[in-house]
Design a protein around this ligand. Structure first.
Ligand code: ATP
Ligand code: MG
Length: 137
């Protein structure tokens, strides 16, 4: 089995019913096992370190401010092809593009803006290892 890190970002946590609905879908609809769960809050320094690959990008400041703006839920998801399956469930980065494509992805349904897109998922096995270590250090 494969493991991946899913983050439910601060905009989603503003609505407890949405969080509940998403966690239900992860298990029951997508069949991913929740091997770890933590509610956490990042400092700006932690958000900057987590998204180090985006250092210097025009949206980095917005991204870091957003990720440090409130609590997050970190889920360690496990299952066959968990990385690809979780990324497919989230959909592409930009919620407006997802909606324009008439997909029913999580970002299409819950995402607010290109920055406040409600979800994160690791993009490779190496990234997943690093991000799970970072989150559960
Ligand atoms: P994540 O890494 O959070 O799973 P992703 O892999 O789909 O998302 P990345 O390109 O890694 O997207 O960008 C990381 C995060 O930065 C996005 O999830 C989003 O919150 C923000 N972001 C990405 N691109 C933009 C953009 N063009 N404008 C504003 N914010 C952006
Ligand atoms: Mg990414």
């Amino acid at each position: 089995v494969e493991a991946t890190l899913a983050l439910l970002k601060p905009d989603l946590l503003a609505d407890a019913r949405r969080v509940q609905a998403v966690e239900w879908e992860i298990r029951e609809r997508h069949g991913l096992a929740v091997a770890g769960r933590a509610e956490l809050m990042w400092t700006r320094a932690q958000a900057t370190a987590f998204y180090a690959e985006h250092h210097g990008r025009p949206f980095q400041g917005r991204l870091v401010g957003y990720m440090a703006s409130g609590p997050l839920i970190a889920l360690a998801l496990a299952g066959p092809r968990a990385i690809a399956r979780w990324r497919a469930a989230m959909g592409a980065t930009r919620p407006a593009v997802e909606r324009a494509n008439a997909t029913a992805s999580l970002r299409a349904r819950f995402g607010l803006t290109d920055t406040r897109n409600s979800f994160h998922g690791s993009d490779s096995p190496d990234t997943a290892r690093r991000e799970l270590d970072f989150t559960y250090e």
